[in-house]
Write a protein that binds this ligand. Sequence first.
Ligand code: G6P
Length: 592
Amino acid sequence: MCGIVGSVGLHNPHDYILDGLKLLNYRGYDSAGLAYFEHGIKIYKDKGSVEHLETLVPHNFSSLVAIGHTRWATHGVANKTNSHPHLSYHQKITIVHNGVIENYQEIKNFLLKEKYDFYSETDTEVIANLLDYFYTKNNDMLMSIKESISLINGSYAICLFNDDHPDVLYVMKRSSPLLIGHGDGFNLVSSDASAMIKYTNKFIDLNDKEYGIVTKDNIQIFNEKGEAVNKEYISRDIADIAIDLKGYPHYMVKEIEEIPDVCAKLLSTYYKDGDYHFDKELIDALSKANHIIFIACGTSYHASLVGGRLFESFANISTSEYIASEWANHPRITGEWPFVIMLSQSGETADLISCLKIIEEKKIPSLVITNTEGSTLDRKCQYSLLLHAGKEVSVASTKAYVAQVSLLALIVGAVSKQKYIYEDLLKATSYINNVQNNIEKIRNIASNIKKSESLYFLGRGYDYLLSLEASLKLKEVSYIHSEAFPGGEIKHGPIALIDKNTPVIVFITDEENAVHMRNNIQEVVARGAKVYVISTKSLAKKDDDIVLDDFPYYLTSVVSSTFAFYLAYYTSLLKGYNVDRPRNLAKSVTVE
Ligand code: G6P
């Protein structure tokens, strides 16, 4: 989704702004722009890539302030006019914004009556003009920001400068991340630490409704009442936020191949000296719970389905799993002692943040499992466990999914006091490389399915839960319509669509379900489907396409997922798509 960079005091901010925007590319965007002050306000923006923007912008600009933005369209189509930065009606305030202003229409109606004209369809221009309206009256930018904050509903991370003070940046934040990076004789602003890490590892993290003024030597932050707030500097683990392809052609394949190392790091972090290594208070709270509510979106939701089943099977605690946007609408809380587990790679997903508000109101204990230290959910949930998977740049999540499932298995091991779960996990992760020995076969399957319009993934039990993720991954990056079903369910409807043009990919890694799954294969073969089977040695039949070494059946999402990720990756490549940045998708979805 949208990304923000800003600088004050850098000699020639060109490189920071453009390189910073490129580093934010991974979040997904459709247009880009920047603004600075050199004998007046200069704005360059257009639909398209940061590389395209770079061709429009002078190589050098000596401006004390500069701001930049990548936009993922929410209000108004992706075009030049709707791109950020936006300039206020009286050409005073230049602004970039992430988030969604919920009451923008109401504010716009008011400003229209005050004779403000609007050029774009965006909610951002409304904020620029609201600030302009107050500034025209009081000639005080901080006061104008404070007044605006009291009127705006919704989410925003905003960075702006005022034509009257082109040596100062102003920032304001609510529900969308915004960090200030402190340097020697300069200060930076960004929605993401990774854009600033080359320049500084000293950050100030803004809380909701805080705003501030940033000069080259000074940072002052205020709360919504206008009181000055003392902020501590924080730093980030550089390894966790570095963005480097390390010689790989794409982030997706780099991240798939990092999975064994990610698992090793996770195991050594959460299992030490022969025992699980978690905050005792957290494990006690989970053990006391009689119902666990999982809330997540996308890939993280699929990991939560696995987590739920692990808790029920091994810790004897009942669970429910919900998609965050649905739960926020109808918050179902079951059990006398409920406990909420939220899963979020980014820790910034807006749908989850709105659930957290409900959870806090209802005083339900909560844990977030996230890959992003310092993210909103990491900071706000009662308990937080980090995945330590390293920055995930590819929009399609891979290593974070495996890390989520593995960490959930470790937590279940700690709650149920069963050490063999750790041992099984250790064994399972050592078999992930086994999938890599089958790369050629996976590529062949990709080549066979690449022209399909539609396909199915089938599995039973944990293999079904994995199928859901395999299907999502394939559709995200190859744009092939794909669905996942439990093997037993196809006869209740989906089989009506199966014919010789429908490839069916089947996982058989669980002995208890193997016979039934083989019967399901016969059902689809009888309708002409081309079937590809992924099985394990002890369950394999002669013609199976990929046969993996045996591993504990309940960890198929840890092992067989790598097959699914490679399949999606190669299918996308063979179709000539941008695998790291699939159309219309964003890495971190900061709007509801
Ligand atoms: C977006 C991404 C998905 C991701 C989902 C949840 O839709 O494209 O890959 O699974 O958000 O993100 P989260 O950061 O909360 O795990």
